[in-house]
Design a protein around this ligand. Structure first.
Ligand SMILES: [Zn+2]
Ligand SMILES: [Zn+2]
Length: 437
């Protein structure tokens, strides 16, 4: 019996190998698609649009998806686009997410396809709000779109053999909608992007400064919650020569700013969770050198790693500001602004299963870390269904030894060669998940 069993086992192995080999030409297909993917990224890069205003970008994406034979939904959460590729074989639905929006920044890369687009900034930047600003894909969302379309291209070419459905989610306003508007991942979910068909898992890559084609991901927490806070410290205005006739909110603000730093350093149990980060980015007070102002306004960003820590830090910031103000006869209010980012988590079991796939396509050893203080609303999808959010280095080799231009800087650049690595990773992870189910 043994020889027969062995033969059966060998047959199984062979058929398994054949199934995997069915997609053995994937790398060649990606190589063939790459020039078109790069060209498309350059076009998108040259025509960036701000959050909820990605009209042309959405049209370009929808056009490309239709060319590839996908079902297309448009106008989701304002300008969002969804592409559905139904494979010829039964299997699970796998979602890949990319973002449509650019940033209010004037590009300084000097690239031939650099953006010269200008638009009115309707977002939260105090300096530029309501003014005309440069617009740039400084967060690499152009690369994310190009990679997602690359995956669609190589999998659509053999859709009859695809054992499942691919759902591509092109989401607007990841960087936040204009003031007073809704948008982003949360609204995409509210408008049903995780239904009909419902994805079993979701993948996302975010490009970052670092060795080109190198992946970093975490097994659990991946991105931080990011909240904008506003604190108003109120005193009583008076002449600078006679401070005792009023209540000076300026030293109260100074004491508060310093005291807040004891929340991460003295009040957080660092053996349990990474510390929160509290940064004051803006201080506004006064009109004239010899008048003590009535109020100081502080704005900043709080980064936390869990929902509990997020609430806890706000309570501690409030208590600190209120009690310090009270000691001087002043008063203080501290609030988070609505519509911020929650902490994001990768699905540990899914990471453990697909990490070998990622390692097999990566040109640089994959790093596993404990997450970043950066934020991304990909977190909203991964709170609904198992997800993997990965960071991929894209610094061009020519810039590797120069000072770093990170994402959100006017010199941020993407190595086009890394796009092939990103497409390989997303396509292989998608196929691997589908074939196992
Ligand atoms: Zn960004
Ligand atoms: Zn981004």
């Amino acid at each position: 019996m043994l020889p027969f069993r062995l033969a059966g086992f060998a047959l199984l192995l062979v058929s398994g190998a054949v199934a995997a080999e069915d997609w053995g030409d994937l790398d060649a297909r990606i190589a063939k698609a790459l020039p078109g993917v790069i060209e498309l990224r350059h076009q998108i890069h040259q025509h960036p649009e701000l959050g909820n205003r990605e009209v042309q970008t959405a049209e370009r994406i929808a056009r490309r998806l239709r060319e590839l034979g996908l079902e297309v939904q448009t106008g989701v959460a304002h300008t969002g686009v969804v592409g559905i590729l139904r494979g010829g074989k039964p299997g699970p639905v796998v979602a890949i997410r990319a973002e449509l929006d650019a940033l209010p920044l004037t590009e300084q890369t000097g690239l031939p396809y650099a953006s010269s687009v200008r638009a009115k900034d309707e977002g939260g930047d105090f300096r530029t709000r309501g003014k005309e600003v440069g617009v740039m894909h400084a967060c690499g969302h152009d690369a994310h779109m190009a990679m997602a379309l690359g995956v669609a291209e190589v999998l659509a070419a053999r859709r009859d053999e695809l054992p499942g459905t691919l759902k591509l989610i092109f989401q607007p306003a990841e960087e936040g909608p204009p003031l007073g508007e809704s948008g982003g991942a949360k609204q995409m979910i509210e408008e049903g992007v995780l239904q009909n068909p419902a994805p079993a898992v979701i993948f996302g890559i975010h490009v970052t400064a670092g060795a080109s084609g190198g992946f970093t991901l975490s097994r659990t927490r991946t991105t931080a919650a990011a909240d904008t806070f506003v604190a108003r410290i109120k005193g009583r205005q008076t002449h600078a020569a006679f401070p005792w006739t009023g209540i000076d909110p300026v030293p109260v603000a100074a004491q508060t700013i310093l005291a807040w730093q004891t929340i991460p350093s003295r009040q957080s149990n660092l053996s349990v969770l990474p510390a929160p980060v509290i940064s004051v980015g803006r201080i506004e007070a006064g009109d004239r050198h010899n008048i003590i102002p009535a109020e100081v306004r502080l704005e900043g960003s709080v980064r936390t790693v869990s929902d509990e820590q997020r609430e806890d830090v706000l309570q501690r910031m409030r208590r600190t500001a209120e009690k310090i103000a009270e000691a001087s006869g002043a008063s203080a209010e501290v609030d988070y602004l609505p519509g911020n980012y929650r902490a994001g988590y990768n699905d540990t079991a899914l990471v453990d299963r697909l990490l070998p796939v990622l390692e097999s396509v990566s040109t640089v050893p994959v790093k596993v870390d404990s997450g970043t203080y950066g934020a991304d609303d990909f977190a909203e999808y991964a709170r609904q269904i198992p997800g993997i959010f990965m960071r991929m280095g894209v610094t061009p080799k020519a810039l590797a030894d120069k000072p770093v231009w990170p994402t959100h800087s006017p010199g941020f650049q993407v190595d086009d060669g890394a796009l092939a690595v990103g497409i390989r990773a997303l396509a292989r992870m998608t196929l691997s998940y589908m074939q196992e189910h």
